[in-house]
Design a protein. Structure first.
Length: 267
């Protein structure tokens, strides 16, 4: 991705910083006029630019029509990604198809709520956004992790999908690691930006988060206004307010420290 980055950790931190820089001019600057689909398109374009330079790109086994990871991977997303998916479904799918997806989401969420946190990671369920033919109904607005993680072994994916059917998660699927690092950096940058601007930057189980956003008429203004819109979703990583009240205090202290440092530098 760049010869000047010596390690995955350096690459991750660089991508986090670049992602935050992009968001500074696209999300809160326009407030409620922000189009979540446009925002995610910008992030995905940046993601594609990075993942396309991975030295392992030629080894990828992912092809159209394969939905193995949609059956075997528990996906966690940010609120803004859930809102973008819901916005796509509302804008481009007819009511009957949208209602069918809503019912599938409800079914998956009901099953997930009966699981422990450990079971949710260990026992994947088919994504509620899949149609009966295994195609993603929100592919154009899919979350970052769905568009930035690539398998290097189709047989390993098929084996993993088969093992899940009998309750065995099986072995590890080899992945394009540089692309995975880039995707993690963009996702991490998005989360950090949301938290530092007082928004909900927690991670939520995909089906439950999309269901919340889908059932709200216009979720983005409420989310940007700081409402606890995703309180009924399954939070998988409660690292910020409103899931963790202490995070707001820590953020306030960090902000005060930065302001004090800036004042000292000006002096």
């Amino acid at each position: 991705m760049t010869s000047r980055i010596d390690s995955p950790r350096d690459l991750f931190q660089t991508i986090v910083s670049r992602t935050i820089g992009m968001l500074e001019t696209s999300l809160l600057q326009r407030g409620c006029e922000t189009d979540p689909l446009d925002l995610m398109d910008q992030l995905r374009e940046f993601q594609s630019h990075l993942t396309d330079t991975s030295p392992q790109k030629g080894q990828r086994a992912c092809q159209a029509g394969c939905a193995a990871c949609c059956f075997t991977v528990a996906v966690d997303i940010t609120p803004i990604e859930a809102i973008a998916v819901a916005d796509y479904l509302k804008s481009y799918l007819p009511g009957q198809r949208r209602e069918a997806i809503r019912q599938r989401l409800e079914h998956v969420v009901a099953r997930r709520r009966k699981m422990t946190a450990e079971e949710r990671q260990r026992i994947p369920l088919a994504c509620g956004l899949l149609s009966m033919d295994g195609m993603c109904q929100a592919y154009a607005a899919r979350p970052l992790i769905c568009s930035g993680v690539f398998s290097l072994d189709r047989e390993a994916c098929d084996e993993a999908a088969e093992l899940v059917q009998i309750g065995d998660i099986g072995g590890q699927v080899p992945l394009d690691q540089p692309a995975r690092t880039a995707t993690a950096g963009i996702s991490g940058g998005l989360q950090r930006y949301l938290v530092e601007h007082g928004l909900d930057g927690n991670l939520y189980e995909l089906n439950s988060a999309v269901l919340v956003a889908l059932e709200d008429i216009d979720p983005l203004p409420r989310y940007l206004a700081g409402e606890d819109l995703f309180r009924d979703a399954i939070c998988t990583d409660p690292h910020s307010a409103p899931r963790r009240a202490t995070s707001a205090k820590k953020l306030h202290r960090r902000k005060g420290h930065r302001e004090k440092s800036a004042a000292n530098q000006r002096a």
